[in-house]
Design a protein around this ligand. Structure first.
Ligand code: SF4
Length: 375
């Protein structure tokens, strides 16, 4: 078929044309796009691919609530402003009743999903999590999306079980799917510096693939714009693409930008942040470029979410023309990013208006991207 020309640079144009045709780009080609791809060329190509891979008329979102059941954590990630050690001021574990109340509020606004996330709690036992999952499922018709791979690894240490056994136990108690949080950049040099106690890159991918083998679906994320190099971003994308080729278990990819706000990293690593190359900074143009490259590079993942929580509504809306087909979540509650000094909120009406103003039909979906209702 004939294509429009995306870029005046013939070498870039040739890469973009093949990406839009669904070809898997090499690492070198993705690196070329990262280094030299021009924002509008990348956007036009990513949008064309998005129109082929997803319903061209429609932009979706889920109505869910992020319930941070506990902020107790000993991973000490340098970018995190959310966690507390167990006996510190402000440390908490929500009671089942508090969590149930939050779910009831979610159901009142037509929500369908809870996102359960906590830290690396050192001694909450398996039966606490099983009781919570069973209690939710007995009471409410909600999808439970919960516990990142890093939490699963912590559970395996606290419960003295393999990660596969942990996932199987949580699944039997009611866990439906696993969010792709904590991927940051799946390169151990970066992970050791940012999040020494978190699961390593191979472990993150291994836990996701175990979940997929048990019939679960998960998402994958990328947090960029901190200490990673551009080749490390490319490596992250290649590792996720290879993992998806093995299992097909990722429903969506969500790139988002590091928020230095009130994080330990901003206080304790200003030198490291100052050394971040300008091209990795988290400006909106760089966000849109990277989002588009993710769509073009991950040719085996269908859905890409806009990160309006970190970018705000206007860039969230623009991202619908840079490869995103989904606005993620109408979030009733978000603690981790807001603790880092970023706080964007959208109501269902605002989310719908954002989609419609951009020229798409808005639809509420479930976790598996099935359409529940037109908004
Ligand atoms: S990002 Fe997660 S694992 Fe890291 S310190 Fe914060 S709560 Fe703990």
């Amino acid at each position: 078929m004939t294509h429009p020309t995306y870029s005046p640079d013939p070498a870039i144009d040739e890469i973009l044309l093949r990406a839009v045709d669904g070809e898997a780009l090499t690492g070198g080609e993705i690196l070329t796009l990262m280094d030299e791809g021009e924002v509008h060329a990348l956007g036009r190509a990513a949008h064309d691919l998005r129109l082929r891979q997803c319903d061209p008329q429609r932009v979706t979102f889920v109505v869910d609530r992020n319930i941070n059941y506990s902020n107790v954590c000993y991973a000490d990630c340098t970018f995190c402003a959310f966690y507390r050690h167990k006996d510190a001021d402000g440390a908490y574990v929500l009671s089942y009743e508090q969590i149930y109340e939050k779910i009831e509020e979610l159901l009142e606004i037509g929500g369908t999903q809870v996102l359960l996330q906590g830290g690396h709690h050192p001694n909450l036992k398996l039966d606490w999590y099983q009781g919570l999952l069973r209690g939710i499922k007995e009471r409410y018709p909600v999808h439970i999306h919960g516990f990142s791979p890093s939490e699963v690894l912590n559970f395996s240490k606290v419960f003295k079980m393999s990660t596969r056994e942990v996932i199987a136990e949580l699944q039997a108690a009611g866990l439906d799917s696993i969010p792709g949080g904590g991927a940051e950049i799946l390169v151990d040099r970066v992970r050791t510096s940012l999040a020494r106690s978190k699961v390593d890159a191979a472990g993150w991918l291994g836990i996701m693939e175990e979940a997929h083998s048990l019939g679960m679906r998960t998402t994958a994320t990328m947090m960029f714009g901190h200490i990673e190099t551009i080749p490390e971003r490319v490596e992250h994308l290649l590792r996720v693409r290879e993992s998806q080729a093995r299992t097909g278990g990722y429903t969506a990819f969500i790139p988002w930008t590091f928020q230095p706000g009130f994080t330990p990293m901003a206080e304790s690593h200003p030198d490291q942040l100052a050394q971040v190359p300008t091209s990795t900074h988290k400006g909106s143009i760089e966000y849109l470029r990277v989002l588009a490259i993710c769509r073009l590079a991950l040719n085996n993942i269908a859905n890409f979410q806009s990160s309006w929580v970190t970018q705000g509504q206007k860039i969230g809306q623009l991202s619908l023309f840079w490869g995103a087909n989904d606005l993620g979540s109408v979030m009733m509650e978000e603690n981790v990013v807001s603790q880092a000094g970023v706080s964007f909120r959208l109501s269902l009406a605002q989310m719908t208006a954002l989609v419609q103003d951009a020229g798409f039909e808005a639809a509420q979906r479930d976790n598996f991207y099935n359409i529940l209702r037109a908004a």
